[in-house]
Design a protein around this ligand. Structure first.
Ligand SMILES: [Zn+2]
Length: 275
């Protein structure tokens, strides 16, 4: 890559990052109720958007999605980590009942370190159902916390719980925004949806945003250390993988540490009057 090409590449990346950092409170956009967000949503840069990470397991929420949450909280937004199970079957040496307690404690501790909240819908690990009950449970959390941004799993995963989470969130967004669906909380349109860069969800994952998270990198590492599995206890060295990945993404985007994110196709669509 020659210098001018590289400069253009980095300039394009910074535009992508700016699009993410601009707040997009869905209630203020003109998207159709219940429809996916589009790239036409006007930026509301005056206030950082609240953010919710929705993951199959607490480890995914904090390790793969936590840096984006940490950044929004650092900027002044509210952060919520919603896990659809406790990931209680993830240890080969600790019984699920006990491990689930440890996982919940770790998630609550990590959330506290980041100034965020941890919430749970405790389906059995490995058996998260793509059910109406699950979709409405997530819908209710979305309506309660009203996040401008949601980060979740990409569908291209070999893990059935991750794929289930993608499907649940997709329909929960639809339900949350539909005024005709009567729940305890009023309807709410989420502004932006992003998919996280997760080692188990790499099939077809395409980066379109690099988010500079250098300012929160060390705090995030401190938060993740609350999980015993962070250090490789369960066989995968999460700390090495996600720590190094942030360095790698930083190299590619011209900053010290970054995370890669993927937007839904419809969110990349732009309406313009001139090219
Ligand atoms: Zn997982």
């Amino acid at each position: 890559m020659d210098d001018s090409t590289r400069r253009r590449f980095l300039k394009d990346l910074s535009l992508g990052a700016a699009a993410f950092s601009a707040s997009a409170e869905g209630a203020q956009t003109n998207q159709m109720p219940g429809r996916p967000p589009s790239g036409d949503a006007p930026p509301q840069a005056s206030h950082p958007a609240n953010i919710m990470a929705i993951a199959a397991h607490p480890g995914d929420a904090f390790f793969a999605m936590g840096l984006a949450v940490a950044l929004q909280v650092h900027l002044g937004g509210q952060g919520v980590f919603l896990s659809l199970s406790l990931g209680e079957r993830g240890s080969a040496r600790i019984a699920p009942a006990q491990y689930g307690i440890l996982q919940r404690q770790a998630a609550e501790s990590a959330a506290q370190t980041l100034g965020a909240r941890a919430e749970f819908v405790t389906y059995p690990d490995g058996e998260i159902p793509v059910s109406e009950e699950a979709k409405f449970a997530v819908c209710d959390f979305i309506r309660q916390y009203r996040p401008g941004i949601i980060v979740t799993h990409w569908r291209g995963s070999w893990h059935k719980d991750h794929e289930a989470c993608y499907k649940i969130v997709n329909d929960a967004l639809f339900y949350a925004g539909l005024p005709a669906i009567d729940r305890k909380q009023p309807p709410y349109e989420v502004g932006k949806l992003f998919f996280a860069d997760n080692w188990e969800d790499a099939n077809g994952f395409t980066t379109d945003i690099y988010l500079d998270i250098t300012t929160v990198f060390e705090r995030w590492q401190e938060a993740c250390a609350a999980f015993p599995m962070w250090r490789g206890e369960n066989g995968f060295r999460y700390n090495d993988y996600y720590g190094s990945l942030a360095v790698t993404r930083g190299c590619l985007s011209g900053c010290k540490h970054a995370v890669a994110l993927m937007s839904p196709a419809e969110q990349l669509t732009r309406r313009v009057k001139t090219l």
